[in-house]
Design a protein around this ligand. Structure first.
Ligand code: HEC
Length: 111
């Protein structure tokens, strides 16, 4: 055990990080099938309450492919995650993460 005495605890931490960090993060670009159906329900029930059951618009604007065409993904992602201050559009950050929002927008675009 003598040889360990000279090793600074941070050195050990660095070693662990060096071993762990290069591992690819298991990036699932798409939500799981179960989560996809949850998101679809949310879209219909929650988003639909304002954007219309068929997303043709209501209190909020239509979310149909033709209505979203020309609007940059990033604008829509931020709108959904953070809501729009001063409007009825609430932030959805507590309920879905960025990847899920990106998936949702992809779905809206080819609805
Ligand atoms: C309480 C009502 C309400 C709910 C619920 C709601 N929205 Fe909205 N949303 C709005 C309103 C109002 C606007 C328009 C804001 C403005 O005037 O810029 C909007 C804007 C948006 C926009 C931007 C559209 C554009 O053309 O720029 C997107 C995308 C959007 N909502 C998606 C969603 C999604 C997805 C959900 C469900 C997860 C949702 N909204 C739930 C009211 C709502």
């Amino acid at each position: 055990m003598r040889y360990l005495r000279g090793v600074h605890p941070l050195g050990v931490l660095q070693l662990i990080l060096a071993l762990v960090l290069p591992m690819p993060i298991v990036a699932t670009a798409e939500p799981s099938p179960a989560r996809q159906s949850e998101l679809r329900n949310l879209l219909k029930n929650d988003c639909g309450a304002c954007h219309g059951l068929t997303l043709q618009g209501g209190m909020g604007p239509a979310l149909l492919p033709e209505s979203l065409a020309g609007k940059p993904d990033e604008l829509l992602v931020m709108t959904i995650l953070e809501g729009r201050k001063g409007t009825a559009m609430p932030p959805w950050q507590p309920f879905m993460n960025r990847e899920e929002v990106v998936w949702l927008i992809g779905m809206l675009r080819k609805h």
